[in-house]
Write a protein that binds this ligand. Structure first.
Ligand code: NAD
Ligand code: TYD
Length: 339
């Protein structure tokens, strides 16, 4: 089996590469990644010398490059993680989100048409469903919840999902889609809530909480996401969408306080800042379908997962300190100064 993992130098794609190489040492894994600010080859360092692994630098939206790669490698499966993934960046500069997340997905699908594929898997997000109100804890996203996006990021991901389903119906491309809730774990870029708060805590810097910190996210340990995708690409039904989430809802404030307490810091570090425009209130996944059809369930409880994540950041300081001291510093100043 030969799998192209796009976006494999990023957070979830990187974890997926490690997961697959460990579980299926006989598979050929090719990582295709543009190495944007979010891509980091150090994440792939442990597998770079593995003869069953190959890294290829390139853009999923570059048609000529993608076609050549398909022609040379003749992959069996594509798992598309490659995306611009940060909501705040999509608010500052939506253009690149349309280019990578929509056009890039279209190019990959065209390559599948041209060269054939056993499975194209699109890694999507629960954010395509929009948000749920805080006062209706009985409501959850199911696979039939209408798409109703809030940010340029989620709109671009929903557009990609529609393209994927259209290519299945019209061209019979064997596709699957997964829509997962917020992930956390090792190799998470420190602009997202959990790694940002861990890094700032460790550096005794203020912890910027948007609005009142009451927004709710449904957190899933990244390895549980990788396991779900593994099940879907092997046993999932073609043409189907699978929601992935572990009933692990927390307010942002609860998450931040958990991190502060685990690191023995003061809650005075919390700094309430201006809310994100269009900020989604609550995400919550109903994972019944993937549980019933594929037997998936999350293995890592939040308390255990957050402990493991914090330990990883404590033991891998060079990985994130390099990021924080580099170009990312300019983004941080622009995003948070005077907010
Ligand atoms: P990330 O930002 O950490 O990584 C994205 C990777 O894609 C980076 O390595 C980057 O270099 C690469 N990339 C960007 N543009 C590219 C292009 N044009 N061509 C090739 N490579 C390109 O993102 P992540 O958090 O790992 O998310 C991965 C996928 O999972 C995304 O599609 C995202 O929408 C989805 N998702 C993320 C979460 C989450 O909580 N992080 C939850 C659900 C779904
Ligand atoms: P984020 O990690 O950006 O993921 P998403 O917006 O895709 O869910 O943010 C998670 C939540 O944390 C979201 O409600 C926004 C909030 N947040 C903060 O309060 N402060 C921050 O500095 C960041 C980055 C996020």
């Amino acid at each position: 089996m030969k799998i192209i993992v796009t976006g494999g130098a990023g957070f979830i794609g990187g974890n997926f590469v490690h997961y697959m190489i460990k579980k299926y040492p006989e598979y050929d894994i090719i990582c295709l990644d543009k190495l944007t600010y979010a891509g980091n080859l150090e994440t792939l360092e442990p597998v770079m010398d593995n003869p069953k692994f190959k890294f290829v630098k390139g853009d999923i939206a570059d048609r000529e490059f993608v076609y050549k790669l398909f022609e040379e490698e003749k992959p069996d499966i594509i798992v598309n993680f490659a995306a611009e993934s940060h909501v705040d960046r999509s608010i500052s500069d939506p253009g690149i989100f349309l280019q990578t997340n929509i056009i890039g997905t279209g190019v990959l699908l065209d390559a599948c048409r041209e060269y054939g594929i056993k499975r194209y898997h699109q890694v999507s997000t629960d954010e395509v469903y929009g948000d749920l109100p805080l006062d209706r804890p009985d409501l959850f996203f199911t696979e039939t919840t209408p798409l109703h996006t809030s940010s340029p990021y989620s709109a671009s991901k929903a557009s990609a999902d529609l393209l994927v389903l259209a290519y299945h119906r019209t061209f019979k491309i064997p596709v699957t889609i997964s829509r997962c809730s917020n992930n956390y774990g090792p190799y998470h870029f420190p602009e997202k809530l959990i790694p940002l708060m861990i890094a700032n805590c460790l550096n005794d810097k203020p912890l910027p909480v948007y609005g009142k910190g009451e927004n709710v996210r449904d957190w899933l340990y990244v390895e549980d996401h990788c396991h779900a995708i593994d099940l879907i690409i092997h046993d999932g039904k073609v043409g189907e969408v699978y929601n992935i989430g572990g009933h692990n809802e927390r307010t942002n404030l609860q998450v931040v306080e958990t991190i502060i307490d685990a690191l023995g810091k003061s809650r005075d570090l919390i700094q309430y800042v201006t809310d994100r425009p269009g900020h989604d209130m609550r995400y919550a996944i109903d994972p019944t379908k993937i549980h019933n059809e594929l037997g998936w369930e999350p293995e890592t409880k939040f308390d255990e997962g957050i402990k493991r994540t914090i330990d990883w950041y404590l033991n891998n300081k060079p990985w994130w300190e390099k990021i924080i001291s580099g170009e990312y510093q300019n983004y941080y100043e622009k995003m948070y100064s005077g907010r």
